[in-house]
Design a binder for this molecule. Structure first.
Ligand SMILES: [Zn+2]
Length: 309
């Protein structure tokens, strides 16, 4: 799979009448894909640099989820093209709560502190959050989509997990999937404040649904198209089952915080950003274990800890 790393920054024609625009990212997978199909643009990149929106024939813009590399260019793309923006109802509420509120980084840092994250690792988020937020130009007041909505012949699916309000768009066996299903990366599934309580449970259900839907091809936000979606979904379920076992194995009768458990599950050698992802991911597994009767949570009004049942 060679071409995932090539950043064309121009629309490239794939099969099924789909055009793909690949934009650079400073971190993570280093690139993100936007897709253009029959006038519908799916996702908009980070919103940095010059993007050839005006020449592309964009009639409407659809957002899979509110993470910066998908929604960050939406306002710019909408302004340049005059196209309306469509976003999930729950996803837009979270988008506003996170990118539209001044004290979100502080609230997030306080929440990580309650889960045992040391001061400097939690506080690093405050500076970064405030530095980053102004660059994420989501479109205000989009048209809202829900499970069962249709858009230009696409069926809208709610596929929660990677984000609570994550949408997929399905038409004629083609699924535009955002970060719900990626070929070589396990999409991050973290628990965050003011979010649905069991994101891993949501994600496992969304993967089961993907197996049932069995789309012929999936176009993801990162990496190459996936032609065996059901097999990839099964792999990801197995991966999380293993990680649930690892997480359960790190529990004792003494209360441990999600931060402490993340040191066992993800190793001790992570920088602040990666550590916060690891803690959020550990928490999504711990909360699933609580629901499966394999962990107990206590200390909801102070430092939160988990024990074996
Ligand atoms: Zn992404």
């Amino acid at each position: 799979m060679a071409s995932a790393g090539s950043i064309e920054q121009t629309f490239v024609r794939l099969e099924d009448g789909i055009q793909r625009l690949t934009l650079p990212l400073p971190t993570g997978p280093k690139h993100v894909h936007c897709y253009l199909v029959d006038g519908t643009l799916f996702d908009t990149g980070l919103g940095l640099g010059e993007v050839p929106w005006e020449s592309a024939g964009i009639e409407r813009i659809a957002i899979t989820h509110f993470h910066p590399d998908h929604v960050g260019g939406a306002a710019n793309a909408a302004t340049v093209t005059g196209a309306p923006v469509f976003q999930g109802g729950l996803d837009y509420a979270q988008c506003e709560r996170v990118w539209g509120s001044r004290d979100w980084p502080e609230r997030m840092a306080a929440w990580f502190t309650r889960h045992g994250v040391p001061g400097p690792v939690a506080d690093d988020l405050i500076e970064q959050g405030h530095a980053f937020a102004p660059f994420i130009r989501y479109a205000l007041d989009p048209d809202l989509l829900y499970e069962g909505s249709t858009l230009a012949g696409w069926n809208v699916l709610e596929l929660p997990g990677h984000a609570d309000g994550h949408l997929g768009f399905l038409r004629d066996g083609v699924l535009i999937a955002g970060d719900h299903l990626l070929e070589r990366i396990s999409p991050a599934v973290g628990l965050y404040p003011d979010s649905r309580p069991d994101p891993l449970g949501d994600y496992l259900a969304s993967l089961e649904r993907t197996i049932e839907l069995a789309p012929e091809i999936v176009y993801p936000g990162h990496g190459e198209p996936i032609s065996n979606a059901a097999a990839r979904a099964r792999e990801l379920i197995a991966h999380h089952r293993e990680r649930l076992d690892d997480t359960a194995g790190a529990l004792t009768s003494e209360g441990r915080t999600a931060y402490e458990i993340s040191l066992d599950v993800f190793g001790a050698e992570l920088g602040p950003t990666q550590r916060r992802f690891a803690v959020a991911e550990t928490l999504s597994h711990l909360e699933r274990l609580v629901r499966e009767g394999q962990a107990r949570r206590s200390g909801d009004d102070g430092t939160v800890t988990y024990t074996d049942p």
